[in-house]
Ligand binder design. Structure first.
Ligand SMILES: [Zn+2]
Length: 78
């Protein structure tokens, strides 16, 4: 939904974006006990299907964490 602005379940194009950094009921992805990155939520306003995405600006920190903790399941050097 993030890239297509179309719900993959029902085909609706009425998508709601709740940005992780601004949401009241925020969702975070834990990297460690003290480090979290926000999750942007894309919600279909017709059927309720929801996707969660880590914002691109936070991906370097996620990649660093994954490399430090051997979390890549394919191509860790990519
Ligand atoms: Zn939908």
């Amino acid at each position: 939904m993030k890239n297509t602005v179309t719900c993959p379940k029902c085909g609706s194009r009425k998508i709601i974006l709740i940005e992780g950094s601004t949401a009241v009921n925020n969702r975070f992805f834990p990297l460690s006990f003290s480090t979290y990155v926000p999750l942007d939520r894309y919600i279909c306003s017709e059927c309720g299907y929801t996707e969660e995405w880590i914002p691109a600006r936070d991906l370097p920190e996620v990649r660093y964490f994954a490399k430090q903790h051997d979390k890549f399941i394919t191509g860790g050097d990519n």
